[in-house]
Design a binder for this molecule. Structure first.
Ligand SMILES: [Zn+2]
Length: 267
């Protein structure tokens, strides 16, 4: 929510409070705090071990309007994706908010050597604009590259950078990061043990297929989607693959086949 709207809302509430009398103030102020979509909380940096403030979006202050077939979400109100990239203001360590503690001793040392030494202290706390969010995500990507982190984590961040470019209507840079995400997801699928990770192997198959489709590789997309459909028909995977994921996969296969047909007819 733009700052000006929040300030105006605050002024209106203050007026309402003074008109209603002092006894109503706690309830009205409580209402105001509920309306504030972004709040601050403290976390400890795993690299420099100092505390710092991060901003989060209240889930009740937003509404998911829709999402694209690659899970890119659209919200009414503040976009929580903007706040997923966390940056330590003291040392420059940056990561996805859910992966802050997933680095070992060697990786911490790499961040200290290659990032902290060149870092000018600055904060990413408070409301985020598109530019702040993009800069924070690029810092996360830089950190992951310096750490030589898991491909699945690099892929996840590339996806979010691609979504930010999609929100801004920059399809050229969106494509560039979708391609990076695709290459990293493929390497994650081939080289990493995805059992028990946030990205399970079936969702990985879908995302790889989806990214192929979005980067103009229709035939390859069909190959990855059909692998997922085959896995679904295997009795050993019963209950492991959400029905909704398979339905979406089948819809995407149909869409790609229809697009191919339209292209052939046009030629
Ligand atoms: Zn730090």
């Amino acid at each position: 929510m733009p700052l000006l709207i929040v300030v105006n809302m605050f002024m209106r509430l203050q007026k309402a409070v003074s008109a209603a009398g002092a006894e109503n103030q706690p309830m009205e102020m409580n209402l105001l705090s509920k309306l504030e979509p972004v709040y601050q909380t403290e976390v400890k940096c795993p690299v420099c071990e100092r505390d710092f403030e991060i901003s989060k979006v209240r889930s009740r202050a937003i509404r998911l309007v829709k999402h694209d077939t690659d899970f890119c979400p659209y919200y009414e109100g503040e976009n929580p994706i903007y706040y997923e990239a966390v940056v330590c203001p003291h040392c420059g360590f940056a990561s996805h908010i859910t992966a802050m503690d997933e680095l070992n001793r060697i990786e911490k040392q790499k961040v200290r050597n290659f990032i902290s030494k060149k870092w000018n202290p600055r904060s990413f706390s408070g409301y985020r604009t598109w530019d702040n969010a993009m800069e924070a995500f690029k810092l996360v990507l830089l950190n992951l590259n310096v750490r030589e982190a898991a491909h699945s984590e690099i892929a996840r961040i590339c996806m979010r950078i691609a979504w930010l470019y999609r929100y801004a209507g920059d399809s050229e840079l969106e494509q560039c990061y979708l391609n990076h995400a695709l290459n990293s997801y493929k390497r994650a699928y081939e080289e990493e043990d995805l059992s028990g990770s946030k990205l399970d192997q079936f969702t990985a198959l879908f995302i790889i297929g989806e990214l192929c489709a979005r980067t103009g590789r229709g035939e390859e997309a069909l190959h990855w989607f059909s692998r997922l459909i085959k896995e679904y028909s295997d009795p050993r995977n019963k209950g492991k693959i959400p029905v909704r994921l398979i339905e979406t996969t089948q819809e995407r296969v149909q869409e790609i086949r229809n697009t191919d047909k339209t292209k052939t007819e046009a030629e």
